[in-house]
Structure formats: structure tokens, C-alpha cells
Design a protein around this ligand. Structure first.
Ligand code: SAM
Ligand code: 2KA
Ligand code: SF4
Ligand code: MG
Length: 238
């Protein structure tokens, strides 16, 4: 009698290759942050641990989203092929990619590139503090209207420098009050760059300016997502 064979795990060369899950990659102008208006190559990764009520890329967080597995070297190759020197890594939550450290280390060796990474404030930035030439972190602090404030890692404020940014995406007066409180409490304008952005379409732009005037918010930048003015706000790949 034949013995029933059980499937044995195989270890083929390349099977354990380190890969990152890329849901889209494109060149556009950066619509946000300190290099707003400049060309940038965007790499968007799959998956997020948060569920912000206003998320404009919730599709990338769907467990069933289609992604292309790419190694750090393949992503670097794509970036160099574009001939664009600004790079934005985003998502989803890019810092949750298992091999993001490998990619950041590889990109940091290229002095021609300016790399920024959009992160949601829940991932400890201390994990990346040993990088020799670190990227610019744009760290969101998720305000009350996101529904995700409880997930914020406040220790991250200690790891930001003048090469980084804290972004407060605000959808209400309560959000603005909270942003002001944190900026003052942690003396954020002395440490890093600060941006306040509206949750797109949810708050009168004038009310943000009025709030900044009423509260002497010197050193704070207000910014509206430029790509949502140029293209349809729901358009992907722009
Ligand atoms: C889609 S997230 C991806 C990176 C990371 N998960 C994060 O939240 O920072 C990129 C940026 O878009 C912002 N964003 C998402 N939806 C938005 C909306 N409806 N209006 C304004 N900004 C939005 C986020 O706050 C974040 O700063
Ligand atoms: N043009 C453009 N600029 C951006 N800056 C940050 C983006 C993001 O989704 O993280 C983004 C985006 O999706 N498009
Ligand atoms: S953390 Fe970023 S990607 Fe995740 S739900 Fe919030 S805005 Fe969307
Ligand atoms: Mg976006």
C-alpha cells in the first residue's frame, strides 16, 4: 500500500526574497509638505493599522488590495529610472512594511535622492533612529475627528528634527484646539516643521486662517492638498 505523502515545505532560492507590497507607483508633483509643487516619485504601500474616518486612500488598506511584490533593489531601480530626485514613500502605512528598513537603508546611500516618508503617528520612529542618513519623516498626529487619536505614540515627538514635519490634518475647531495644545506643550515649532491641513472639504479654509491669527500661531504652515485642486480628488496615480 502506498504511503500518503504530506506536502513538505520547500526552500527554493529566491523564495525568501525580501519584498515590499506596492499598490501604486507614479511621478507627479508633491501636493503636500515642504516640497509641495516639486516633482516627486511616489511609492504607495499596501495596508494600514489605523482606520481614519477621512482616509482618502482607504482602498490601499483593503486586505484584498492587489499589490506588486517588489524588492528594495527593484524599487530603487524604478526610482532611478524616473530621473526624479524627490521620493515620497506613502500608503497605507509604509513603516509597517516588514522590509522598509532595508529600503530606507538602500535609498539613504544615494546622495542624489531626497526621501520623505509619510507616517501615521502610531509607529515608533525610534526603530529607525540608527539610520545613518535618515529620510525626512512627515508624521501625522491623528486629531479627534480622525477617530484614531488613542493610537498616537507621543514619544515620537522626541525623535523629530528640523529635517522632519508634524502634520495636523484638521476637520473641526476641536481638532485645531488640540493641535494648538500639542504645539505649545511639546514646543514643536522649535524642534521641527509644522503643517496644518484641512480634512479635504470638511472645514472652511478661512476658519483655519482665523484660528491661526487668533492664536498667534507663528511658524506654523497652513497647506491645502495641491493635487486635489489640480485633479479630481478621487483620482489615483496623481
Ligand atoms: C493617506 S496617508 C498615508 C500615510 C500614513 N498612513 C499617514 O496617515 O500619514 C497620507 C496623508 O494623507 C492625509 N490624508 C488622508 N486623507 C485625507 C483627507 N481626506 N484630507 C486631507 N488629508 C488626508 C493623511 O492625513 C496623511 O497625511
Ligand atoms: N500629488 C500627490 N502628492 C502627495 N503627497 C503625499 C501624498 C500621499 O498620499 O501621501 C500625495 C499624493 O497622493 N499625491
Ligand atoms: S493612517 Fe493614513 S492610510 Fe491609514 S487610515 Fe489613516 S490616513 Fe489612511
Ligand atoms: Mg494622498
Amino acid at each position: 500500500m502506498k504511503r500518503r505523502q504530506t506536502a513538505q515545505p520547500t526552500k527554493k532560492a529566491g523564495l525568501n526574497k525580501m519584498v515590499l507590497q506596492v499598490v501604486e507607483k507614479f511621478v507627479s508633483i508633491n501636493g503636500e509638505g515642504s516640497r509641495c509643487g516639486q516633482l516627486a516619485t511616489f511609492i504607495r504601500f499596501a495596508g494600514c493599522n489605523l482606520n481614519c474616518g477621512y482616509c482618502d486612500t482607504a482602498w490601499a488598506n483593503d486586505r484584498k488590495v492587489a499589490f506588486v511584490p517588489m524588492s528594495a533593489e527593484e524599487i530603487y531601480g524604478y526610482i532611478k529610472d524616473t530621473k526624479v530626485t524627490n521620493v515620497t514613500l506613502t500608503g497605507g502605512e509604509p513603516l509597517l512594511q516588514k522590509d522598509i528598513g532595508t529600503l530606507l537603508a538602500l535609498l539613504s546611500k544615494d546622495p542624489e535622492l531626497y526621501v520623505e516618508i509619510e507616517t501615521n503617528g502610531s509607529v515608533l520612529l525610534s526603530k529607525f533612529s540608527d539610520l545613518e542618513n535618515p529620510p525626512s519623516f512627515t508624521m501625522d498626529y491623528k486629531l479627534p475627528s480622525s477617530g484614531m487619536e488613542r493610537m498616537m505614540a507621543l514619544d515620537n515627538f522626541d525623535h523629530l528634527t528640523n529635517n522632519d514635519t508634524v502634520k495636523f490634518v484638521s476637520g473641526s475647531l476641536e481638532d485645531l484646539e488640540k493641535a494648538k495644545e500639542l504645539i505649545n506643550k511639546y514646543k514643536l515649532t522649535e524642534k521641527t516643521n509644522i503643517f496644518i491641513s484641512p480634512v479635504f472639504g470638511d472645514i472652511q479654509l478661512e476658519s483655519i486662517v482665523d484660528f491661526m491669527k487668533d492664536n498667534n500661531m507663528n511658524g506654523v504652515n497652513m497647506q491645502v492638498q495641491l493635487h486635489k485642486i489640480i485633479w479630481d480628488p478621487n483620482e489615483r496615480g496623481v
